[in-house]
Design a protein around this ligand. Structure first.
Ligand code: TXA
Ligand code: MG
Length: 356
C-alpha cells in the first residue's frame, strides 16, 4: 500500500498523483479526499476493479456507486440525455457536492455493478483539487462510495478511515479533514421537478433557485426495509456508531436542554454531543463539542460519532439542529445514526420541513 500525504496548505505533487492515477487505470483501489467525504475509488469502466470496492466496504451489491468525473466530456460519454434542468444544475453547482441521476447510455459503457443493474447512473464532478486532478490524470471516470465499512459513519479524515479499512486499498492520498464532512446531495429530475434522494450541502432552498418545484423523496426520513425505493442507499443501516444513540430536538431550546438532561439522568454512563453554545448546560460528565454553526456540525459529526464510541457509554445523546438549510442533511444522517430512536418535541404546528 502506498501512502501520499498532503497538508491542506500544500500544493499537489503531480508525480505522486500520476502514480495513483496509473494504479487506477490498472484496476487498483485508491482512498482519496473529496470536498464532502473521502471516497474509495476505482476505474468506473472496469468491472473487476469496481467489484473490489464492494468487497472492501462489505457493501450490498444492489446499492449503486456514484461516478466521479472531471470534465463534461466524460459525462457525455456515459449518460444518454442531459435535460434542461440538469444543465442548469450543472452550470450552477458543478464542480461541487451535487450528484445528479441520469439515464445511463444504452451501450452499457458503465458496467452493471456500478449502477447495481439500474438503467440510471449517479454522477458528480467534485470540486476538491486532489480529486479532480486524480480523475483528470486517470483519464477515466472514478466510481467511489464513501470511505467507510458499510453501515458505519462516512470517513472524513484518513486516521478514522485507516482504523477500519487499513490494508483494503492500494493507495491512500491524505488531504486532511474534508471541508464539508457530509456526503453530496443526490437528486433526480422527474417531470421538471427536482427530487432530493439524499439531502446534502446543496440545500433544498438552493435547489429551489433552479426549478419551480423541489421535493424531498418521502423515504428520506422514513425507515424503509422491504419496499422498493428510489435510491437503494435509503434501505440500509447507515452512519451508526456501535453505541446506541438518541436524537433530541425541539425548537424551544430550554425544553431541548431539559429533555437531554432528563435522559442523561436516567442512565449511568452517557455522552452528549452538543453545540458549543449549549454544551455548558448539559449535566453529563462526558460531552463532545459539535461546534457553533450548521457548517461546523456538518464537518464534525461523522468523526464525533466515531469518537463517541470510544467512551463505551450506555447511550450517546445528540442535540438536534432542525431541518433548515444544511440542517436537513445533518438531521437525515442523525436520524439514521440513531436508527430512528428519536425524541422530537414539537411546540407549534409543524412546518413543511417538520413533516418530511
Ligand atoms: O459525497 C459523496 O457523494 C461521496 C463522495 C465520495 O463523492 N460518495 C458517496 O457515495 O456518498 P455512497 O456510495 O456512500 O452513496 C451513494 C448514494 C447511495 O445512497 C446510493 O444508493 C445513491 O447514492 N445512488 C447512486 N446511484 C444511484 C442511482 N442510479 N439511482 C439512485 N440512487 C443512486
Ligand atoms: Mg456511504
Amino acid at each position: 500500500m502506498e501512502s501520499i500525504y498532503y497538508n491542506e496548505s500544500e500544493t499537489i505533487n503531480i508525480d505522486d498523483i500520476k502514480q495513483v492515477a496509473q494504479g487506477i487505470r490498472e484496476g487498483k483501489l485508491a482512498l482519496f479526499p473529496t470536498e464532502t467525504v473521502y471516497g474509495i475509488g476505482a476505474n468506473a469502466l472496469d468491472e473487476n476493479a469496481v467489484k473490489k470496492i464492494f468487497i472492501a466496504k462489505g457493501r450490498q451489491s444492489d446499492n449503486p456507486l456514484i461516478v466521479h468525473i472531471s470534465n463534461i466530456n466524460m459525462l457525455e460519454q456515459i449518460v444518454e440525455d442531459i435535460g434542461e434542468i440538469e444543465r442548469k444544475l450543472i452550470n450552477k453547482f458543478w464542480p461541487g457536492p451535487l450528484t445528479i441521476i441520469f439515464n445511463r447510455k444504452s451501450e452499457n459503457i458503465i458496467p452493471n455493478n456500478v449502477t447495481a443493474g439500474l438503467n440510471t447512473v449517479g454522477v458528480r464532478m467534485p470540486s476538491n483539487k486532489i480529486a479532480r486532478t486524480l480523475i483528470e490524470l486517470s483519464e477515466v471516470p472514478i466510481a467511489a462510495p464513501s470511505a467507510n465499512v458499510s453501515g458505519r459513519p462516512s470517513g472524513t479524515n484518513v486516521q478514522d478511515i485507516i482504523e477500519e479499512l487499513d490494508g483494503k486499498v492500494d493507495y491512500i492520498i491524505d488531504g486532511g479533514s474534508t471541508a464539508i464532512g457530509l456526503e453530496s446531495t443526490v437528486i433526480r429530475v422527474v417531470n421538471q421537478k427536482i427530487e432530493i434522494l439524499r439531502p446534502g450541502k446543496i440545500t433544498l432552498e438552493e435547489l429551489e433557485s433552479v426549478a419551480n418545484e423541489v421535493e424531498v423523496n418521502k423515504n428520506v426520513f422514513e425507515r424503509v426495509i422491504d419496499k422498493p425505493v428510489a435510491s437503494p442507499g435509503m434501505k440500509y443501516r447507515h452512519y451508526a456508531p456501535n453505541t446506541k444513540c438518541i436524537l433530541v430536538y425541539s425548537k424551544d431550546k430550554e425544553k431541548m436542554i431539559n429533555k437531554i438532561n432528563e435522559i442523561a439522568n436516567s442512565y449511568k454512563n452517557v455522552i452528549v454531543l452538543g453545540t458549543e453554545q449549549n454544551l455548558k448546560n448539559y449535566i453529563a460528565k462526558n460531552k463532545l463539542n459539535m461546534g457553533t454553526t450548521l457548517e461546523d456540525v456538518g464537518k464534525n459529526i461523522f468523526t464525533l460519532l466515531r469518537k463517541a464510541d470510544k467512551y463505551k457509554a450506555d447511550l450517546v445523546i445528540i442535540e438536534g439542529v432542525g431541518k433548515k438549510g444544511l440542517g436537513l442533511a445533518i438531521t437525515n444522517r442523525l436520524i439514521r445514526a440513531c436508527e430512528y430512536n428519536l425524541s422530537l418535541i414539537h411546540i407549534s404546528e409543524p412546518t413543511r420541513l417538520d413533516v418530511i
